[in-house]
Design a protein around this ligand. Structure first.
Ligand code: RRO
Length: 302
């Protein structure tokens, strides 16, 4: 059997399929369940300095080819979540803490609390498409991105990744800012800013009006983003957006991703999706003569 192991800095994964932030990742128990289902690593729900309620319902719309969500960063805050993380340490697979904040100081505080609680890496959320003062509002300005990544990368010793938004004219400019700021990897992509309307009620369905589109509908956008980033960056890329099968994962890897994340598919198909994807990838790689992940990475680039 082909060994699917991958490394992002000091984060060692037995396989390249990570749980994406925001799905089945709010408690230690849920994170361990995803590891047992075959995830090579897990990313937590985005955690901030203080507890946050999130948006009122309705905050999720299910569509034939994906979800539109506006959860609104619900989380218990860094102190309470650090306690939760400690209950599962040492964990059977690496836990990467997704962190959000409004400025450098906040990012540094949450990242340090998560490292202290046992997180093997930090994923900076610079890309939530519907959170005033957070996420994509900060993550579309290369100078701000560089400054925030610099602040976190120089204050923790675990690898620092930054999750990018596709809602920008040139994602590679943001990727370059992450690399220049000392980030260890970029994660592409977060959700696409979207809206659903109820004709009967003549109003938007989500209480927040705007939400983020995920699932199979966004996959070609994510694959294109990874392809573009690969042409410009030297740091590893984590591909995410609409991966449900081994073929989808292979697209991202061949576009230039070192590993990938699975989010909506866990909701749409269940946690079994991790073993389905990694098993399928192994069979494909064997039959097409790929020796390991590095061998297949960026295969479509000249
Ligand atoms: O919590 C959310 O509403 C949310 C976040 Br933090 C994010 O990064 N992306 C998204 O689609 N939803």
């Amino acid at each position: 059997m082909i060994d699917l192991a991958v490394e992002i800095g000091t984060i060692r994964m037995s396989n390249p399929a990570m749980l994406a932030s925001g799905v089945m990742d709010e408690t230690g128990e849920a994170l361990v369940r995803m590891m047992e289902a075959g995830a090579g690593a897990v990313v937590t729900k985005s955690i901030g300095v203080a507890a946050h309620d999130g948006h009122p319902n309705p905050c999720l719309v299910e569509l034939p080819h994906g979800y539109v969500n506006a959860m609104g960063l619900p989380n218990p805050g860094m102190d309470r979540f650090a306690e939760e993380l400690r209950t599962i340490m040492p964990a059977p697979a690496p836990v990467i803490a997704s962190v959000y904040a409004a400025d450098e100081e906040g990012f540094v505080a949450v990242a340090a609390a998560m490292e202290d609680a046992g997180a093997a890496g930090v994923e900076m959320n610079l890309s939530c498409p519907h959170a005033a003062g957070f996420g994509m509002e900060l993550g579309t300005d290369p100078a701000r991105v560089r400054s925030m990544v610099e602040a976190v990368a120089s204050s923790v010793s675990v690898p620092v990744m930054a999750k990018l938004t596709p809602n920008t004219a040139d994602i590679t400019a943001i990727g370059r800012a992450v690399e220049d700021g000392g980030g260890d990897a970029v994660v592409a992509i977060n959700t696409l800013r979207a809206m659903c309307i109820s004709p009967e009620f003549a109003r938007p369905v989500l209480s927040n009006r705007y939400g983020g589109l995920s699932g199979p509908a966004v996959r070609p956008v994510g694959v294109r983003a990874v392809y573009d980033l690969r042409r410009e960056l030297s740091i590893p890329i984590v591909g995410v957006g609409g991966i449900e099968t081994w073929r989808d994962a292979a697209e991202y890897i061949m576009a230039g991703a070192s590993c990938f994340q699975v989010g909506s598919a866990v909701g749409r198909r269940g946690p079994e999706v991790f073993r389905e994807i990694t098993g399928g990838l192994q069979a494909f790689m064997e039959s097409h003569g790929y020796a390991g992940m590095k061998d297949m990475e960026a295969a479509v680039h000249d």
